[in-house]
Ligand binder design. Structure first.
Ligand SMILES: O=P(O)(O)O[C@@H]1C[C@H](O)[C@@H](CO)O1
Ligand SMILES: Nc1nc2[nH]cnc2c(=O)[nH]1
Length: 294
């Protein structure tokens, strides 16, 4: 990608990006850096065919496209730097496929981060929103990653989503934020996923707000659905990289550069928040309450 210097391969860099998602795993012991090709080789869909591999390359500027294994606050993790988006042309189930790979690796917890536009007028650029719930718009049109024949080895046909974002993990994250002195820019709210890559019109933005959205983006919800399907515990953290234009008098325009710029400015704070939270996470097997929630 264009920012190869910024994305230098060390485990901390894995967390400075705004668009990573990070999965706690029990069974990964090596500390090494591999590229996204490994992920594709592990895919059950035969994506290791060279022709497919060429097609399945991350194409978003600022998204490194790397898979990083290592220890985070002493816990074994695999981090995906950059993700697949539907606007890149992939089916939604393919975009969520890495989550199943992580599940197969033994991961029990998914920490998913993203960049989003603020809809809630009380929010500011640079705020960090703990995701409490989601509005998954592609799902309203039937585009769900679980659509099609259900593979019972991953989970049941029908799943509840009313507890998608784990309450205890959210509490831990608030505690971690407090310890770090981050309270002044911490928020909690509802994340809306749209397909992108076009940003919202003013009418769309107003509708999202009316429907209860606090922030909107182009990812995450399908990954969370797949994680819940296979019983993973989920924490979602969204960086408000820009405020969505809600007024016809406003001359400001949404743009990807602002998204990346805010990501760079708040990268360290996101990193320390995730590190502190991971430090406090207990293995679900040691925690009845959490096991029950999964
Ligand atoms: O992968 P995420 O959702 O964090 O990336 C956001 C949404 C678009 O890919 C891009 C818009 O600038 O950033
Ligand atoms: N849809 C959408 N995605 C974003 N990702 C970062 N900012 C935005 C935004 O304003 N709208």
């Amino acid at each position: 990608t264009s920012d190869s210097k910024e994305n230098k391969p060390d485990s901390s860099a894995a967390l400075t990006e705004t668009s990573d998602f990070i999965v706690g795993s029990r069974e990964i012991h090596l500390i090494s850096i591999v590229d996204v090709d490994l992920l594709l080789k592990l895919s059950p869909n035969g994506l290791n065919n060279p022709q497919w591999r060429r097609l399945y390359t991350l194409q978003v500027p600022g998204h490194a496209g790397r898979l990083v294994f290592g220890l985070l606050s002493g816990k074994e993790v695999v981090c995906m730097q950059g993700r697949f988006h539907t606007y890149e042309g992939y089916p939604i189930s393919t975009c969520a496929m890495p989550v199943r790979v992580f599940h197969l690796m033994g991961a029990h917890t998914l920490i998913v981060t993203n960049a989003s536009g603020g809809l809630n007028p009380a929010f500011n650029v640079g705020d960090i929103m703990i995701i409490k719930d989601q509005l998954y718009f592609p799902g309203f049109a039937g585009d769900n990653p679980l659509r099609g024949i259900n593979d019972e080895r991953f989970g049941p046909r029908f799943i509840a989503m009313s507890n998608a974002y784990d309450a205890k993990m959210r509490k831990l994250t608030h505690q971690a934020a407090k310890e770090l002195g981050h309270e002044k820019f911490m928020r909690e709210g509802v994340y809306c996923m749209l397909g992108g890559p076009s940003f919202e019109t003013i009418a769309e933005a107003r509708m999202l707000r009316l429907l209860g959205g606090d922030a909107c983006g182009m990812s995450t919800c399908h990954e969370v659905i797949v994680a819940r399907h296979c019983g993973m515990r989920v924490l979602g953290i969204s960086l408000i990289t820009n405020m969505v234009v809600m007024d016809y008098d406003e001359v400001r325009l949404a743009n990807h550069e602002e998204v990346l710029e805010t990501g760079r400015k708040r990268g360290r704070d996101m990193q320390s928040l995730v590190l502190n939270t991971v430090q406090q996470i207990e293995d679900p097997e040691d925690d009845d309450e959490l096991s029950a929630a999964v």
